[in-house]
Design a protein around this ligand. Sequence first.
Ligand code: ADP
Ligand code: MG
Length: 236
Amino acid sequence: MTISETETPFIALSGVSKSYQTGATSVPIFDNLDLSIQKGEFVAVMGPSGSGKSTLLNLLAGLDGPDSGDIRIADQRLDHMGEAARSAWRAHHLGIVFQFYNLLPMLTAEENIELPLLLKPIPAPVRRERVAKILDLVGLGGRGRQNPARMSGGQQQRVGIARAIVSDPALLLCDEPTGDLDRKSADEVLTMLGYLNRELGKTIVMVTHDPEAAEAAGRTLHLDKGVFVERLRVMA
Ligand code: ADP
Ligand code: MG
């Protein structure tokens, strides 16, 4: 590893500003936001509703662009890419896990997981082998033909995680991945994310309201009105 690789953060936001335009008024969300995340970190982002958590994930995913400032991920300027380049970048480097899974109900679990691979020139037998391996990894081996709609929430989220990692992306963005789950299923999902982080080296940024989910992460960022704040500790 070269010195510059060890020194450059995997994710670097610098001086990022972002407002939403509603009619004639501009509502500022971020003003000059800085953030560095190292490769292999598992970071939780907490904060009240409306504090900018989803906006941050959308910027990291290249689904939305900043008004000003730089967004660098793996040494690439996301904010300098055109739409086609950002789509290609997402397909290569990024997996996204959603609160409500976003699975396609007319497809089986394995067809859902296979979807991201269809964007790439991978032969069908290789795709199927990859999907079977990932199903095993998320503890759903043998259930690939099942329809996700007939699965429990925890199983559906594991299908969602399998789809997010089937292309072997370096970065996983998770928006409230346990928000719709009971405690036991939530813990299974967190154990899985911890495994992907520790054993497979995935960098994870997870938005959550769940303090136990944040415990699974190595670092927690608290976002309040678009600013990262120190955690306020209430003394008992
Ligand atoms: P969080 O995920 O922390 O709840 P968001 O990032 O979704 O917060 O939203 C931050 C603020 O920006 C909120 O006040 C929200 O109403 C506003 N907002 C989010 N998306 C848009 C949009 N597309 N247009 C206008 N305002 C938006
Ligand atoms: Mg949100």
